[in-house]
Write a protein that binds this ligand. Structure first.
Ligand code: MN3
Length: 238
């Protein structure tokens, strides 16, 4: 005979049963969502490897802070929006760049902006460094000498009309080459005139130097050599 107490216990169990199966379903749904999110490409900002003021006077602290916290963050957010909005299924950042002509200008500009700046921060250092023997040999072979390389790279960076980037790349024969791209394009993109694997890049957008150098892009480029992270370049080529 069912007592009131038993009835309440059974009712509670039944409620609990429903609650448990409800929560299992929720768990499955949320695990699925996590799985889907994990599969979707998402850009994020690398940690700045130094303080905002670390590269003074070559790159001033305010420029570094605005560049990192405003410009770069805007590219990251916008590319992630584009990935969702366009249901982009590429599995890596590099894969997306290699197929970028399939997507919108928003995806192209911001995938480039997101990738290029992560690459740029890691190409800079407050600690002095030098090209490795191997890298120096490759530079000598391609450009004649380190000084000649710097001249040719600076020329590419100076003559890039409007906004863009200068790059040192490895071409598909494994040789070093200098190129430049407009806007936020880069040599990993299928739309790039000259394609290759970037090993060093210089942002020549006015936002990268104008506060400190105003119209003197050439001075910015000249001083930028003082903060190039050759250790990183060596690793990228090794
Ligand atoms: Mn920039």
């Amino acid at each position: 005979m069912q007592t009131r107490r038993n009835f309440l216990q059974n009712a509670a169990k039944a409620t609990l049963g429903i609650a448990v199966s409800g929560s299992i379903l929720q768990d499955i749904a949320s695990a699925k969502a996590t799985e889907l999110n994990a599969a979707a490409l998402k850009f994020s900002q690398v940690k700045l490897p130094f303080g905002y003021a670390a590269l003074e006077p070559n790159i001033d602290a305010l420029t570094m802070e605005i560049h990192y916290t405003k410009h770069h963050v805007a590219y990251i957010n916008a590319v992630n929006e584009a990935i969702v909005a366009e249901a982009i299924k590429e599995t890596s950042e590099e894969q997306l760049l290699a197929n970028i002509s399939k997507y919108s200008p928003k995806a192209r500009n911001n995938a480039g902006g997101a990738w290029n700046h992560n690459f740029f921060w890691e190409s800079l250092s407050d600690k002095a460094s030098q090209p490795s023997e191997k890298v120096l040999t490759m530079i000598n072979k391609a450009f004649g000498s380190l000084d000649k390389f710097k001249e040719q790279f600076a020329a590419a960076a100076t003559s890039r009309f409007g906004s863009g980037w200068a790059w040192l790349i490895l071409d598909d024969s494994g040789n070093l080459k200098i190129t430049s791209t407009p806007n936020q394009d880069n040599p990993l993109m299928d739309v790039a005139e000259v394609k290759g694997i970037p090993v060093l890049g210089l942002d020549v957008w006015e936002h990268a130097y104008y506060l400190h150098y105003q119209n003197k892009r050439a001075d910015y480029i000249k001083n930028w050599w003082n903060v190039v992270n050759w250790k990183k370049v060596n690793e990228r080529i090794a």
